[in-house]
Design a protein. Structure first.
Length: 304
């Protein structure tokens, strides 16, 4: 697949070239592709991609209606059956991806909040931020005047055990409208009626969980497929926005949070997200695209 080459050479491209569309998938820009900086990693990625062509099939955690732009090209290039059976998290309880225990008390707290009034913030189980970025996030949240549920994973702030770098003034200003936890039951949180937006690192699981509940997103991608996911969310599906310039800066954060939770633009994003939620529900019903794809996958496995 030609897509496997550009990521190696991104560091050699000009700013103008980075804005050019990817020929194979024109809704993406060159700068949206994952950057492969070492030749050894590049070889591994190429081998992984090539191995899919000899596979019995490819299982895809998505659903047909969401992948209309990419699916024909991928089916043509791979020439093996592609089973879009997602969202997978709707089939069973979420597996534990962290050693941390989810703080269920945040659900009780959400029960006391007005519908669609809370922005939920979580950057997953791998992303780390600097102490200065933590402080910028805090002041952006405080200045937005919005209610929030913020997951700060222990060890996720560099040179810090947890949130001891937060200014006292921040805690005083937000104690009546914000809650910080070490880990949260994310699927329950996103399904709660109090959630009005999701500030996310744009990992695929988080993206699918947000779409499944019709929640618009504020995206802060860091690495890997997160850039591609952000592009899809903000420019293709139009159910979220990317934090301007990718910077964790209090002024940009305040503006972006209000775009998602208060402005008309955010309401329009939610409407589009709710449409996708409805399509997901249909795809999972008997006779829906994901349900039928799962049945075909089961038939294939039984026939081997």
């Amino acid at each position: 697949m030609p897509l496997k080459l550009p990521g190696v050479f991104k560091q050699l491209m000009t700013d103008q070239e980075m804005e050019e569309p990817v020929i194979e998938l024109p809704f993406l820009r060159m700068k949206d592709l994952p950057e492969v900086k070492s030749s050894d990693l590049h070889v591994q990625v190429v081998r992984m991609i090539d191995s899919t062509r000899t596979a019995t099939g490819v299982i895809w955690n998505s659903f047909k209606q969401l992948e209309q732009n990419a699916l024909p090209r991928i089916q043509q290039d791979l020439s093996v059956p592609v089973f879009l059976v997602g969202p997978l998290h709707k089939y069973s309880l979420a597996p534990a991806i962290s050693s941390l225990e989810a703080d269920q008390s945040c659900i009780t707290w959400l029960d006391t909040q007005a519908p669609r009034s809370v922005i939920y913030i979580s950057f997953g189980s791998l992303v780390t931020i600097s102490g200065s970025e933590l402080v910028e996030m805090a002041w952006g949240l405080a200045n937005s005047k919005q209610h929030f549920l913020w997951v700060v994973r222990p060890g996720s702030v560099q040179s810090s055990k947890w949130v001891e770098l937060l200014p006292k003034e921040f805690e005083e200003l937000t104690c009546q409208r914000g809650r910080i936890v070490k880990w949260a039951p994310q699927q329950q949180v996103l399904a709660h009626c109090a959630i009005g937006g999701f500030w996310t690192h744009s990992g695929w699981n988080s993206t699918m969980e947000s779409i499944t509940e019709g929640v618009p997103m504020l995206c802060s991608p860091r690495f890997g497929d997160q850039m591609i996911n952000t592009r899809l969310v903000s420019c293709v599906w139009r159910v979220g926005i990317q934090l301007e310039n990718g910077l964790l800066e209090r002024g940009l954060i305040e503006k972006s949070i209000r775009r998602i939770t208060v402005d008309k633009e955010g309401m329009e994003m939610r409407e589009r997200a709710m449409v996708l939620k409805g399509k997901i529900e249909l795809s999972l019903n008997r006779g829906g695209s994901s349900s039928m794809s799962l049945e075909k996958l089961i038939d294939l496995i039984r026939s081997r």
